[in-house]
Design a protein around this ligand. Sequence first.
Ligand SMILES: *Cc1c(COP(=O)(O)O)cnc(C)c1O
Length: 411
Amino acid sequence: MPADETATITATPAATFPQPKLSNGHWQNLEAAHTSGVYSKRPLTIVRGAGAHVWDDAGNMYIDCVGGQGAANLGHCHPAVVAAVQKQAAQLLSCPEIFHNDQRAQLLQRLVELAPPGIERAFLCNSGTEAVEAAYKFARASTGRPAVISAKRSFHGRTMGALSLTGQDKYREPFEPLLAGVTHVTYNDVDALAAALTNQTAAVILEVVQGEGGVRPADPQYLLAAQRLCHEHGALLIIDEVQTGIGRTGRIFACEHSGVQPDLLCSAKSLAGGIPIGAVLIGSRVGALPTGLHGSTFGGNPLACAAALAALHALQFEQLPQRAERLGSALMQTLRAADLPGVREVRGLGLLIGLELKSKVTPVLQALQARGVLALPAGNTVLRLLPPLVISEEDLGCVQHAVVEVLRSNL
Ligand SMILES: *Cc1c(COP(=O)(O)O)cnc(C)c1O
């Protein structure tokens, strides 16, 4: 199927879904009464999605540039993923890794095939933070060294190991003291990285584009220098592709842009087309990992594996990485040329796009929502656009129009 036809893919027709009966804030009040409180929520109840569209409980449609916070690269309810999940749900839902499984075996093979050169094996888990946690443990165990170097402004997840690697005080401070042995260096600064590496460094962990940290792409030369420095010091290079992977930046994995070869590559978010999953791809420089070293009850479960197989097939079949590259670079070019007041910089890679504003992003997000476009922040002043890669050119044109209109208006 040519890439442009992806826009015509639709999920199950709306008529077959039972419409929620209670509106007027019923679900919001119910959630507010019982939720933990750790999330700041928008006053919007999303009840359905198809492709790049979502609907609220009053039936209003939005163009979704939140993209499941990175979990909806294939669009909502991609028909191939839905079909695979339905089929597998009736076949076998859980199967711990004390047994072999047909879906898992195929996914492990596929992941190693699609991975950058040097990757030989994979470990499956259930989320991004778990993938980072596992990569951290594998690096410590494999090298026998205690220290890890990460970047300032990085985001690697919320469990205590991944949080220790995360380079943002706002996430870290309530939980200090965190793991010892973690140093945070300035991103894109080769000299700073070289100065921090020692013979006690187990690993360096980097994102190819810092997502949460403000949509900041790495200089390709920086990533290659990090690889070289890791090799020189006997350390492992962990690349966190939880947000940049699965086609988002114009390649299946964003490592492919620079040719950097990670020893451990973390994937999650869109890997199973919206079903929870995480994976660590493991390279030849990682030593053998002994039985019992790590594990997860739900890791490698047949449902997530079947969904991931369908998602990876659709990603390639519909040429979604190519689509992300083409649509993303055109959108960035247009937004730069528009020379919008209040915008310091437009940056990104593929369809991972950030607009650094001169003021707070919240009013911009609200104004976009009022125009039917949902988007994300990345920090206080960066507007982040993460549309599903299946978004039609027409819808992306609407997003562009809304962004230009909102940023030209006096908020
Ligand atoms: C989202 C994200 C994580 C954490 O993933 P979860 O599935 O939310 O635990 C880790 N690293 C990066 C780069 C991310 O964007």
